[in-house]
Design a protein around this ligand. Structure first.
Ligand SMILES: [Zn+2]
Length: 454
């Protein structure tokens, strides 16, 4: 049996205490007034990694610093790179917190603090795994850490940093623990993330807002034009009508769909959990396919005209909307941006002018479900949870996954220790103490399993 003659790893005695010290630092990357706190969190982690024998440095970027740390054992061993982020979301709204966001508190077995699960708790599990392995010998692999401080503001410096430090970052696999597993008792490896294409659509009519009595009937109405445009994007069955939109879309293999059908999800309770009557979306696709492997198009905001109390008889001069599309493997976000812009222009009603601005995008990624690294993750999860791990996808987007694959060419493993009920980004964010501890054990067992494959 693999790993039988290795000494068991023990959770470091001060693991929780040290995580609390990290959680007390309000490293909110979006707040210019907390630059110093973000730096303090970086220095805290670099000092910890140094104390574990890593060559650790805090590298300045145009924004918040990147921590790079490395501990080499032997050139004959594989090298793993752990990615995480030490910045956090703002704590607002403060009224939603039962205890202060930067004073970690344990209630009912859960650590409540901003960053508890996203991502300080999950990244610290990897540091503690390194410490636990070092306590019973040497690391089983060469290990590198890349920890950024700008994830919550869209990682503006990370792509350049990776491109400039390719050599230092070279590795056989990259591990990210920054998400949620499927359910409390379902350990999972995430094998796909959707991409994103985000547009802003603006429609202009007359030079100024007009009296709807004096001009109504002959003046074009930008709100009506915008609504017609948005409505033209999908048919009644939810199919997106942009020509070429679905070209190249790769369906998950039958074996993957088969494994999704075994996952414990009930559409009725899923609907109840968000207070709706029934799911929408494309007929012929399961709920999980709609959420994970089908592309989407949604308006995220809409504005225009009079919105104050009472009435005002006016034909507005302009209206606008934010529109985003989640993309799946086979789609290229820049091509989709072009197709969508062309379609909107072709369908713009007469009498108004249209502007389409592409705000940003991210490529979809699908990761292999049976690579050696995934097998190592499966065996680590099975050892720690005592039940087999499943592969799932997420409907969200993690732009850094595509960056890693493109720039470093190493396989990425998404090994999530959190749960959706941890409420990342929300008040009362939390992380179960048991999940922190299982995360430490999983991360350690994973590195051992990688080493055993050699
Ligand atoms: Zn995160």
């Amino acid at each position: 049996m693999p790993g039988m003659n290795l000494p068991p790893v023990q959770i470091p005695v001060k693991a929780l205490e040290e995580l609390f010290d990290l959680l007390r630092i309000p490293s909110v990357s979006s707040d210019p007034g907390r630059r110093g706190e973000v730096l303090r969190a970086a220095e805290f982690l670099a000092a910890k990694l140094s104390s574990l024998g890593f060559a650790a440095r805090v590298d300045a970027t145009a924004g918040h610093p990147v921590i790079f740390a490395e501990r080499s054992v032997s050139s004959s061993l594989p090298t793993a790179l752990i990615y995480g982020h030490y910045d956090v979301q703002p704590e607002e709204p403060l009224g939603g917190w039962s205890t202060p966001p930067f004073e970690p508190t344990v209630r009912n077995g859960r650590i409540y603090a901003r960053g508890a699960t996203d991502d300080k708790g999950q990244l610290y599990a990897h540091l503690m795994a390194a410490q636990a392995l070092l306590a019973v010998g040497d690391l089983p692999v060469n290990l590198k850490f890349l920890l950024e401080g700008e994830e919550e503001v869209g990682s503006p410096s990370l792509g350049d940093y990776i491109a400039e430090h390719r050599e230092a970052l070279s590795s056989d696999l990259i591990v990210i623990s920054d998400g949620s597993r499927f359910a409390e008792d379902v350990p999972t490896i995430t094998s796909g993330v959707r991409g994103l294409c985000y547009l802003e659509v603006r429609v202009r009519g007359a030079r100024r807002d007009l009296h709807s009595g004096a001009y109504g009937g002959a003046a074009p109405n930008p709100i009506a034009a915008l609504c017609a445009l948005l409505a033209s994007l999908k048919d009644a069955s939810g199919r997106i009508l942009i020509p070429g939109f679905y070209d190249g879309v790769l369906d998950p293999p039958e074996s993957e769909l088969q494994s999704w059908s075994q996952l414990p999800i009930d559409p009725a309770s899923w609907c109840a959990s968000i207070g709706i009557q029934e799911p929408v979306g494309e007929a012929g696709y399961s709920l999980l396919e709609r959420l994970w492997s089908r592309p989407t198009l949604d308006a995220n905001g809409i504005w225009g005209g009079f919105q104050g109390p009472g009435s005002k008889t006016v034909i507005p001069a302009s209206a606008g909307a934010k529109v985003s599309m989640r993309l799946v493997p086979g789609q290229d976000w820049q091509r989709i941006a072009r197709l969508a812009s062309d379609y909107l222009r072709a369908h713009c009603p007469a009498g108004v002018q249209l502007e389409v601005e592409v705000l940003h995008g991210a490529e979809p990624v699908v990761l292999p479900v049976d690579s050696p690294a995934v097998q190592a993750a499966r065996s680590a999860l099975a050892r720690v949870f005592g039940r087999p791990a499943q592969t799932v996808r997420t409907g969200g987007s993690i732009p850094v996954v595509a960056d890693f694959q493109r720039l470093l060419g190493a396989p990425v493993i998404l090994l999530d220790f959190g749960l959706d009920i941890d409420a990342p980004h929300s008040p009362d964010e939390s992380f179960a103490v048991a999940d922190f501890q299982r995360g430490i054990l999983c991360a350690a067992e994973f590195l051992r399993a990688i080493a055993e494959q050699r």
